[in-house]
Design a protein around this ligand. Structure first.
Ligand SMILES: CC(C)(COP(=O)(O)OP(=O)(O)OC[C@H]1O[C@@H](n2cnc3c(N)ncnc32)[C@H](O)[C@@H]1OP(=O)(O)O)[C@@H](O)C(=O)NCCC(=O)NCCS
Length: 167
């Protein structure tokens, strides 16, 4: 029998810190990304958690910024406990993020991940995020705009950039 997961997406609260931090450590295997993801919990503009049976199993951290008079959303970190991966939790968090950004009036959502993060790349592509070559952005925008944009995307040279139009 196929069991459907009961995933609840809700806003993060301060008392979620311990549970959400545990998930970050497990998802990022204690690397520096785990530290930055935990840092984001109480600092990002909006954080959503995924709960199953009242346990936190995933988190998405969101930021937004104005660029050329348009509001843009950015997925800072998204992570799911390894025991719960590949069961739709990450996609449910992403849908929650998209609803939040739509409500705010954003037209685009950006995400970045490491070139070697095969799982995350597949994940964003499956959710209809388009891989954008930074050279394309460099051609399209002025030097100042390009720098401003990459700064908001926390971009560094080992990253892949994704973009989704949510209008
Ligand atoms: C990326 C991540 C958030 C995805 O969460 P998830 O709950 O496993 O994702 P979903 O179950 O919604 O998967 C949706 C699709 O993504 C792709 N995908 C996810 N995990 C995959 C894997 N291990 N291998 C290949 N494709 C994968 C698949 O296309 C999948 O659809 P399918 O199962 O129908 O084939 C999760 O793998 C994770 O926490 N990784 C570690 C943290 C990280 O690297 N975060 C991203 C950078 S911030």
């Amino acid at each position: 029998m196929i069991k459907t997961l009961k995933v609840k997406i809700r806003p993060y609260m301060e008392e979620d810190l311990e549970g959400a931090s545990k998930v970050a450590y497990r998802a990022f295997k204690g690397t520096l990304d785990a530290k930055w993801a935990i840092w984001g919990l109480n600092r990002c503009e909006k954080v959503l958690v995924a709960e199953i049976d009242e346990n936190i199993v995933g988190v998405v951290e969101l930021e937004s910024f104005w660029f050329k008079n348009i509001l843009h959303g950015y997925i800072y970190y998204i992570f799911v406990d390894p025991d719960w991966q590949r069961q739709g939790v990450g996609s449910a968090l992403l849908r929650g993020a998209e609803s939040y950004f739509k409500e705010q009036g954003a037209k685009y959502i950006w995400a970045t991940t490491g070139k070697r993060n095969f799982k995350a790349k597949k994940f964003f592509e499956k959710n209809k995020y388009k891989n954008i070559d930074p050279q394309e952005l460099k051609k399209k925008y002025s030097r100042r705009e390009f720098k401003y944009l990459l700064w908001h995307l926390y971009y560094w040279s080992e990253d892949v950039i994704y973009l989704k139009n949510i209008t």
